[in-house]
Design a protein around this ligand. Structure first.
Ligand code: MG
Length: 168
């Protein structure tokens, strides 16, 4: 049986990951509407990744004998001022998710739950990648001023992104 504090924290995290999926799906729809199919594809891949994260926490909690309690998923926003603003929100959101995961890691340390600590190592590494990817795109968007030829190039690059389920 898993410690109740960790059970609660992981249930919250399941919700946070599925909210992330919903947020990125909303961003994908925004890009589709803005005639940026490559950017939309990039966000659809994010959507799939976040569902994978949510399922990984859910399966882990079930495996440890915890009770999975799904909560309502908050409504994501659907309008942004610019492509840059979308990625600035992505970065802020991922920093928030990193803080949540670090908090679960702190609880796992306090409760001396080594299995949960091990699970979180993968997520902690993943958050470095998530924040790094958003920062890179923000820098590129600032470089090209968010318009013209550069945007076309980025859109084509992002059209090639695919979701590959991580080997764990
Ligand atoms: Mg995630």
């Amino acid at each position: 049986m898993i410690n109740p504090r960790l059970e609660q924290a992981i249930n919250n995290q399941i919700n946070a990951e599925f909210y992330s999926a919903y947020l990125y799906l909303s961003m994908a729809a925004y890009f589709e509407n803005a005639n940026l199919p490559g950017f939309a594809n990039w966000m659809r891949v994010q959507f799939e990744e976040e569902q994978f994260h949510g399922m990984r926490f859910l399966n882990y909690l079930a495996e440890r004998g915890g009770r999975v309690k799904l909560e309502a998923i908050e409504k994501p926003r659907f309008e942004w001022k610019s492509v840059l603003e979308v990625f600035e929100e992505t970065l802020e959101h991922e920093k928030h998710v990193t803080a949540l995961i670090n908090n679960i890691a702190d609880i796992a340390e306090e409760e001396k739950d080594r299995a949960t600590r091990n699970l979180l190592i993968w997520f902690i590494d993943e958050q470095v990648e998530e924040e790094g990817a958003a920062e890179k795109i923000i820098n590129e968007l600032k470089m090209i001023g968010g318009e013209g030829h550069g945007m076309l190039m980025l859109d084509r690059e992002f059209a090639a992104r695919t979701f590959v389920p991580p080997v764990i």
